[in-house]
Design a protein around this ligand. Sequence first.
Ligand code: G3P
Ligand code: MG
Length: 268
Amino acid sequence: MAGSKDGRRKSPQDSRKAFRLPPVMGHRGAAAHAPENTLASIRRAAEAGASWVEFDVMLTGDGVPVLFHDDSLDRVTGEHGLMAETPLARVAKLDAGAWFAPEFRGEGVPTLREALELVLELDLHPNMEIKSTPGRDVETAIAALEVAGNVWPAERPPPLVSAFSRMSLAAAMTLRPDWPRALITFTIPADWQTALKALNCQAFHVYHKVLDWELVPLIHSAGCEVATFTVNDQRQAKALYEAAVDCVISDVPERALAAFEESRAKPA
Ligand code: G3P
Ligand code: MG
């Protein structure tokens, strides 16, 4: 495995083009430091040194894209009901911070627009994960890309759009063919190469427990960058960088950054 100018490992038969993931992405903001998918979490990701931040985009009952992970409101708001059945007027009153720690009481569920405006203010780069609830794969992608298209300055590199749903990615490819896409998986599907090619993805985001290190050069030779989630252990992150993984998505971005620096210090 050869080294490159930026200290990252390259694979033999590497077919990647210009798109590059950062070595570290904050997960749901910086989910170890602040309540996930909130503006506070995005701020903590920046404070922890992350240059990119991943968050989940889901639709409210009335079709407004907000940052939220679960189908149900219960875990992070303590309220009953489904996000997909809750109008924005009620979502705007939810407390998504108190469950995490008293200091975050009153932290709300941000709209995608509010999140992207903060991302710009902090000079971060966004990875918008399209988190569809059942049957809303295309609708969620359309709504998220419409908001992002209005907020995101044309002169900046476009946001990365990722999803488990191939239907969401196909919609994103139609609407914004020039915005980079990443397929996310918890398992390695037999047709992963065909899927990445059909969706013209620039990255493959793979659950760390199923990322066989021999797969990394194969993903590179399929023309894609490799990210893995969610890795919060510094030694594990260092080993992943040494296996030529391009990006570690972490709740604790500063640990992944330290691991990346350690991996660069070691001769490739
Ligand atoms: O985008 C990677 C990761 O966020 C996917 O899993 O469940 O944390 O959204 P999840
Ligand atoms: Mg996510």
